[in-house]
Design a protein around this ligand. Structure first.
Ligand code: SF4
Ligand code: ZN
Length: 737
């Protein structure tokens, strides 16, 4: 903690207490001690004092008790030790100041009964700008919004912006985020409210710009409002100060913006607010109080530029803002997910073997990205002719206080269904084998690639509120940029895949399901174990585990393996039970380690499809990026069309690239040693891993023995090669028994 600000705040505490004492003594000399004291139309007395101490102030005389209490709170006579020891003096001084401010405001109601307007709106025609304490009708109507989330919180604005235009910009930023803007105090006689009026903005509870009062003491109305919400809606008993403050910290997302020089009086208010867990963000270089302890994150942050103060405040308070609008010209929603874009409707496409289309999600530092920023590097869709193809790189950066690197693949996998939610746009695949088809109808409505960014920003915020604070999307449409991104992405994919490399299926009692693809393949259920990654390649066991943590009711559920029914083929009772339910009875059981006998179900987005080659006593596999004929007589697209509906098809299985070199890959059928044919490109991509795995299996030169398209495209063409090379499959037991 900065000693300076603590000192200023403690000074401010003494000043506030003395001022309140002076005014109270004057009032006691002027009025009868039994004179009524209080804010209008409320059952909560002076709400800050009442909620925190239980003291009911009804008369002038009653004010003496809280006044004495405030005096005692002043350090060094620390009586009420709230929270952290090292912040103690500051917090106590702050609290003393806040009590004093409430007393000062109560006396103003006595001395100048017409100073504040009653009700929701100021009376500008008669020059009465200030609304003062909200009465209980306003509290019921507005306070509930803070509690039910329709207003995420409030910004307590103290002082004034350097000019009216800046004031307008800041206030509108908060309005857009549906926050209440509680205004108090002036800076050299100027107030934010005057600046709003100058800019013709409507002020009052209705527009959420609430003009509490012109002095720093009127900031106490914001705290009184928050504490009454705690008592009215949170059922907190008056006097239970710990609960009141905790309720505010946890439930009322509020913070202070100090606009202008922070003197001792503002300092004590800021210190007081820390008791509520409300941090102060200032536009002047006051000393920061950074250690986190009471506020969710930092206590005082400064100096912050005016065009950043909104975003920064929201971030410091840990406020979660829902992006409710998805501003794109096409309809949007799960209803459009399963919709296809067929040949005749197609305007343009990227990926799908025609061009490169790559997706990557990476975490970023808070300060390195701008929330909502969508950058298009290269031409947007208007630069692409009908019938055209174009490369595309979708690079999403996410920052979040709670965001972990482990969540990257989960966020990345959302791109698939979120882009599909756009009417007239179809998305298939993932990672570096994505495929997006854009329909003519979407183009007619005005769709642009930018809209992909708009959707990803809005939905990632919406669906992952807890972990996502900022989303920035960059779309690359120039070949060189896309190739660069692809290179980076492949490194990332490899690193992710290798995280489960040292785990075995025997190590864990729990596998995870993935049913993300059921919108296309209704009976499809992926079961993901450490040694069998999801067939799309996008989810491994770790990813599913993290996905379940983020979203416990989502598509990745833990599966208790239960009794092992067949260790060789990989079948468990628990998995069967789960799959039966999750496929709504369509699939009763399947094996993890076999493609010959009851293999796992396959959906259309698998990276590879393996097929039996009976004549060669082996198997082949083909990846999506290989477009030619294969020895099983079918191209990848044909195989995917036949197998991809979510059925279990003996003799075929969808799997990820990474799975080929995982230890359990079709181990029930002989494992990797059965592999007799792969496309050259795939073989080369996995070379190192194939050699390593083959060595473990006792055939170090297996790589040389696997045929590819340069050897042949039919079983007849490759069989002599296999025999000549002495491929291990030649001597294995017959594949079909
Ligand atoms: Fe999930 Fe399987 Fe679909 Fe991948 S292929 S997203 S693991 S259901
Ligand atoms: Zn799928």
């Amino acid at each position: 903690m900065s000693k300076l600000i603590a000192f200023a705040a403690i000074q401010g505490g003494y000043k506030a207490v003395s001022q309140a004492e002076g005014e109270l003594n004057k009032a006691l000399a002027t009025y009868d001690a039994g004179t009524k004291i209080g804010f209008p139309n409320t059952a909560y007395y002076l709400p800050v004092i009442y909620s925190l101490t239980g003291m009911k102030v009804e008369t002038l005389e009653d004010l003496q008790k809280p006044m004495a209490f405030a005096r005692e709170l002043l350090p060094p006579h620390i009586k009420l030790k709230l929270w952290l020891p090292y912040l103690g003096p500051l917090l106590d001084a702050g609290m003393a100041g806040i009590f004093s401010y409430e007393i000062i405001e109560a006396l103003r109601y006595l001395n100048e009964p017409d100073f504040y307007v009653q009700g929701e709106d100021p009376d500008l025609e008669n020059g009465r700008k200030w609304v003062g304490a909200a009465d209980d009708t306003v509290l019921r109507k507005r306070g509930v919004e803070l509690v039910d989330g329709s207003a995420p919180g409030f910004a307590a604005m103290v002082g004034a912006a350097p000019d009216a235009a800046t004031a307008k910009m800041i206030v509108e930023d908060y309005q857009k985020k549906s926050l209440y803007i509680f205004c108090a105090a002036n800076h050299n006689g100027k107030t934010l409210i005057d600046q709003c009026i100058e800019e013709n903005m409507q002020i009052g509870w209705n527009t959420r710009i609430v003009p509490f009062g012109p002095d720093i003491s009127s900031a106490v109305f914001a705290l009184g409002f928050a504490n009454r919400a705690a008592m009215a809606f949170g059922g907190v008993t008056p006097g239970d100060y710990k609960k009141v403050l905790m309720y505010n910290k946890d439930r009322i997302f509020a913070f202070v913006n100090a606009l202008g020089d922070v003197g001792t009086e503002w300092g004590v208010a800021a210190g007081g607010c820390v008791n509520w867990g409300f941090p102060t963000i200032a536009d002047t270089p006051i000393p920061e109080i950074l250690p986190t302890g009471i506020c969710t994150y930092e206590h005082v942050v400064a100096p912050v530029a005016h065009d950043e103060i909104c975003q920064r405040s929201v971030e410091v308070r840990g406020l979660k803002v829902a992006v409710s609008q998805i501003d794109i010209p096409c309809s949007f929603g799960p209803a459009f997910e399963g919709e296809r874009v067929r040949g005749a409707d197609l305007y343009a496409q990227c990926g799908g073997g025609k061009t490169q289309c790559t997706e990557l999600v990476k975490s970023a530092e808070m300060g390195d990205i701008k929330d909502g920023e969508i950058i298009i590097q290269g031409p947007d869709i208007d630069g692409i002719k009908e019938g055209g193809t174009f490369p595309l790189g979708i690079f999403v950066q996410i920052a979040g206080r709670e965001f972990q690197k482990d969540f990257e693949p989960i966020m990345e996998r959302q791109i698939h269904h979120l882009v599909n939610y756009i009417q007239g746009i179809m998305h298939m695949g993932q990672r570096d084998i994505s495929w997006i088809r854009i329909s003519k109808a979407a183009i007619e409505k005005g769709f642009a690639l930018r809209d992909i960014g708009v959707v990803l920003h809005a939905k990632l915020h919406q669906e992952f509120t807890k972990i996502v604070d900022k989303v920035q999307v960059t779309l690359f449409t120039k070949k060189k940029d896309v190739d660069d991104l692809t290179k980076t992405a492949r490194k990332e994919y490899r690193a992710r895949d290798s995280r489960v490399d040292n785990m075995t299926d025997e190590d864990v009692d729990t596998y995870y399901s993935c049913t993300l693809c059921q919108s296309f393949a209704p009976s499809h259920v992926c079961s993901v174990s450490p040694e069998r990654t999801g067939l799309c390649g996008a989810y491994n066991w770790m990813d599913c585990k993290a996905a379940f943590e983020i979203n416990p009711t989502g598509p990745n559920q833990p599966i208790e393996k239960g009794e092992c029914l067949d260790a060789k083929l990989g079948q468990w009772q628990g998995v069967n039970d789960f799959v039966f339910k999750a496929s709504r009875g369509a699939v009763t059981h399947y094996n993890f380690y076999s493609m010959v006998i009851d293999p796992m179900t396959t959906c259309g987005c698998c990276e590879c499809i393996a097929s039996m080659l009976p004549m060669c006593n082996g198997v082949m596999t083909v990846s999506r990026d290989y477009g030619d004929q294969t020895p099983c007589g079918m191209k990848f697209t044909t195989l995917a069309g036949v197998m991809g509906g979510g059925a279990s098809s003996p003799g075929f299985v969808g799997h990820s690239k990474h799975n080929i070199t995982q230890k359990k890959f079709i181990l029930g059928d002989g494992g990797l040693l059965r592999m007799v044919w792969m496309p050259k490109m795939l073989k080369e991509e996995l070379k190192e891993r194939i050699e390593q795995r083959a060595t473990e299996m006792g055939v170090p030169d297996l790589f040389e023995k696997i045929a590819d398209e340069t050897v042949g495209m039919t079983e007849e063409e490759i069989l002599p090669f296999l025999q000549e090379k002495g491929h291990p499959a030649m001597d294995m037991e017959p594949l079909v028994g």
